[in-house]
Write a protein that binds this ligand. Structure first.
Ligand SMILES: NC(=O)c1ccc[n+]([C@@H]2O[C@H](COP(=O)([O-])OP(=O)(O)OC[C@H]3O[C@@H](n4cnc5c(N)ncnc54)[C@H](OP(=O)(O)O)[C@@H]3O)[C@@H](O)[C@H]2O)c1
Length: 348
């Protein structure tokens, strides 16, 4: 496999991964020249937000304009705050469940909403609903005059048979389980406030961001490397390199509308868990074992609309597979946050 000159053959350090993810493309740099005002990223301290914040700062610098990027989270992990400061993001500590604290946030014209709750839902459903519906309501009440890009999930669609080409934005959402239902609740909350206040919104239904340190490919590579059987209950998926997902999320600021624009955000390939596992097995020099047969349905989303707007992802899946296999083989750090992509009953 020959990698294009612009992409490295392997990613050897976290600094290299972070640098690659924070590299803006021309479209994003141009957009930073066009849009006015500061940017606030709510729920920045998670798996995606740190790199999205750094990407926004780099695009602004490359555009030669002056804009502040505020990064809002509780900063449960203090290391995230330091990383953001180093990247040029202004950290703002805030628990978004605290209505009064939300009212104190800087009122900026551009908002990326990334906060949410998934794992731990089973047994604490009320907190998931509060995070995924009450918090968006408080945010919408505060940022009435901003445009808001709100992350959602591809799990608002049902699992579908494999002979379909993937759910499109006009398909009716049929979320399975309380996590996915609360995510549809989040979308409906943004939709409601967008309608009553005229706030422009773009909802991103993301299916699986990929980083060498976490994500479906990372999970599979570790499973195989550690000699555990691969679960194929959900035997197919779509995914996108996190750097591309972040770029598209920022570009989506110009797609906000009333009522909200809905965009599926994922890669163009439908990935077979079996084929991927065999590829990873070869790269890792391991024999793959399986638990069960591939399931008949999967979360499959068609992101043709986003690809039409933003182009195809710049990092092909083959690169992510090669990078991740090498990363796991070399003992690279794992975030220790499994995706649980194999869950088919919606219980997280
Ligand atoms: N990563 C994926 O593959 C994927 C797939 C589908 C959808 N999504 C959605 O995309 C968004 C970003 O993904 P992600 O993987 O980066 O999520 P994540 O790792 O869960 O990060 C979200 C961050 O929000 C912050 N947060 C949570 N509760 C908060 C509160 N009450 N007040 C302030 N901040 C709070 C947390 O940081 P603190 O603890 O420091 O506050 C958390 O790290 C999420 O909404 C997620 O559901 C992601």
């Amino acid at each position: 496999m020959t990698l294009p000159d612009t992409l490295p053959k392997r990613l050897c350090s976290e600094a290299e991964v972070d640098e690659l993810m924070a590299r803006p493309n021309d479209a994003l740099i141009d957009m930073m020249r066009r849009i006015e005002g500061d940017i606030a990223i709510l729920g920045i301290a998670g798996k995606m937000g740190l790199s999205l914040g750094a990407l926004a700062v780099n695009a602004i610098r490359a555009a030669g304009v002056t804009r502040n990027v505020y990064g809002i989270s509780r900063f449960s992990d203090p290391a995230a705050l330091i990383a953001l400061e180093q990247a040029g993001v202004i950290p703002v500590r805030c628990d978004l469940l605290d209505r009064a604290a939300v009212k104190g946030l800087p009122k900026v014209p551009n908002v990326i909403f990334m906060a949410g709750r998934k794992f731990g839902t089973a047994g604490e459903e009320d907190l998931t609903w509060a995070m995924n519906t009450l918090v968006p309501a408080q945010v919408c009440e505060h940022f009435t005059r901003s445009r808001i890009v709100a992350f959602s999930t591809g799990c608002v669609y049902p699992l579908i048979p494999l002979d379909r080409i993937g759910c499109v934005e006009t398909d009716r959402p049929v979320p399975v389980g309380e996590y996915a239902q609360s995510c549809l609740g989040r979308e409906r909350t943004f939709e409601y406030f967008s309608r009553i206040n005229g706030t422009p919104v773009c909802v991103l239904r993301l299916n699986y961001a990929l980083d060498v340190r976490y994500g479906v490919i990372h999970d599979l590579a570790r499973t195989i490397w550690e000699g555990r059987p691969v679960d194929r209950t959900v035997g197919h998926f779509n995914a996108i390199w996190q750097g591309d997902a972040n770029r598209q999320a920022l570009l989506a600021l110009e797609q906000c509308s009333t009522p909200p624009t809905l965009l599926n955000l994922t890669g163009p390939e439908t990935v077979s868990v079996t084929t991927l596992a065999e590829t990873l097995g070869r790269l890792l020099d391991k024999t793959v074992t399986y638990a069960g047969e591939p399931g008949p349905t999967a979360y499959l989303n068609n992101a043709a609309m986003a690809h039409g707007l933003f182009g195809y992802p710049s990092v092909p899946l083959a690169h992510v597979i090669a990078w991740t296999a090498e990363w796991v083989k070399q003992g690279g750090r794992s975030l220790g946050k499994p995706t649980h992509f194999e869950v088919a009953d919606g219980k997280y």
